[in-house]
Design a protein around this ligand. Structure first.
Ligand code: FES
Length: 133
């Protein structure tokens, strides 16, 4: 639950000594929206928005680690395959939602960043034949 981004790479804050962060870029979930705005965006980071829209949290305990791990992945690989997303998030555990909505939230953020249609979410019924997205 504790990943932060140190020079853009996820590290476990609980194992990071303060002196190891000295002079380096440290990004926490609290600074993600500000970083997004500073980079020219508006509002929250696309992953934060996607997690919200997909219902990818319940208690929120895992959310910061999930989002920051995904943000680090998308920064170096803007259109990852699902197995790459799973690998990037594999150190993060969620006790509440399962992982379906979390993976869908990352897929939604990727699709929107790439100008593709949003993937169907787990709770949405499949489109009737001939009306697929
Ligand atoms: Fe509760 Fe993931 S939302 S642990």
């Amino acid at each position: 639950a504790c990943p932060v981004l140190l020079d853009g790479r996820p590290v476990l804050a609980c194992l990071l000594l303060a002196r190891e962060a000295e002079g380096r870029e440290l990004l926490t979930i609290e600074g993600l929206a500000q970083a997004h705005v500073a980079a020219g965006g508006q509002g929250a980071d696309a992953l934060q928005e996607a997690f919200d829209r997909c219902g990818a949290l319940q208690c929120g305990f895992c959310q910061s680690g999930m989002i920051l791990s995904a943000r680090a992945l998308l920064a170096r690989h803007p259109a990852p395959r699902e197995d790459e997303v799973r690998q990037a998030l594999s150190g993060n555990l969620c006790r509440c939602t399962g992982y379906t909505q979390i993976l869908q939230a990352v897929a939604l953020a990727v699709a929107e960043a790439c100008g593709q249609p949003a993937p169907r979410r787990a709770w949405e019924p499949a489109a009737p034949p001939g009306e697929e997205r």
